[in-house]
Design a protein around this ligand. Sequence first.
Ligand code: HAM
Length: 429
Amino acid sequence: MSNKTSKQPTKRLRGMYDTLPSETWIWQRVESIAQQVFQSYYFQEIRFPLLEETALFHSAIGEATDVVDKEMFSFQSRSGKKISLRPEGTAGCVRAIIQNDLCNRGSQQKLWYQGPMFRYERPQKGRNRQFTQLGAEIFNVPSAQADAELILMTARLWKKIGLPNIRLEINSLGTLETRKEYREVLIKYFKQHLDVLDEDALKRLESNPLRILDSKNPKMSPIIETAPVLSDYLDEESQLHFDELKNILDVCGVDYRLNPKLVRGLDYYSKTVFEWITDDLGAQGTICGGGRYDALVELQGGKPTPAVGFAMGIDRIVELIKDLDLWQENSSIDACLIVDKEINISIINQLSEKIRNTLPSLNLWVNQNPASFKAQFKKADKLSAQFAIIIGSDELSNNRFTLKSLQDKDFGQKQGSFKQLIEWLQHFK
Ligand code: HAM
């Protein structure tokens, strides 16, 4: 018996997942549809770091939010600086536009971004510690037209992906001053019901009472139901802005539900907030959320710049596509090169490169371990390849190539020169 102890394989961290080839095609297709849609509205891509100074997220998202209070992956850099993995994209995007002076002289900016975000949450279906967001932000458009454009753009995206039963909920949080006033009203109201508030709500009572409205605790639902609503305290400007948004959505035929309790989990919002929600994913049904944050750029040291944006969770959208079995994978292999195992491997590379040079759009799979013709055909079948390009030693010395269709019986099998082989394949492409 060997006394060698074998090493236990290292496992992935909790709440972080590998995306395997059996699934990456869904991610790629969602991302590519989204990019086409964003481009059709002339949004431009911006990329910014995964790591930022922790202070950025504290001041942008808010100290009393769950994201900052409980969920950040934070640590010290080698130089002793406090840094964090980004829990969302808006803070970094705002830092980037200020630092790169993208919003000077009041010019409009329409930007999109994509990438991993990190939140130390309790993992469950649709809630991961590393997840991918696709987001878009509009800077320097104060009117509700920008809020509406973002909503219309996402509605178009759901249609292109084919997502059924997604509902839009909207609300207005008013200006920061309105919210301050409403906050006091809420604190006073909840203080009359201290015996019903759970531990979480008691903690939030002074720091973030609006978030109590988000609680799913059934014991608290009667008092949440009868709590004062923010819409009764809205300032005139926010009310007009909200009316304008609703009017555009009505005219454009976008259905929405008014949800006066929709407050969102990040402190930077003012005026419009919205979420796209599905009931098909269980508890984590929000696939996209966003809103206006007119004060944030100035708060972060930039010039006063009205702004609005959203981010969607790609993990949840992929989950939904899989759960509802919405898409079928298309075979992407056009041809397999099937070669006699006696042929020198350098010749196989030379030949496959020659085919690729002539037909750059062809997907060509080349077997790289010597195998029998039978095994190679089996592999080609498994890959659902359209064609097999068969090369035996004799054929190679005579410069003849056999092309066999693996899907179309009428085509059958043909033999010819390299030029003919390319013509047949070209016809197919
Ligand atoms: P958020 O609502 O925190 O907003 O996140 C946006 C979306 O990211 C959610 O609707 C959800 O689909 C997805 N998401 C969030 N957390 C997780 C998680 N742990 N696992 C999987 N998916 C998740 C924001 O992040 C704002 N920055 C959106 C925004 C942009 N507002 C204005 N501009």
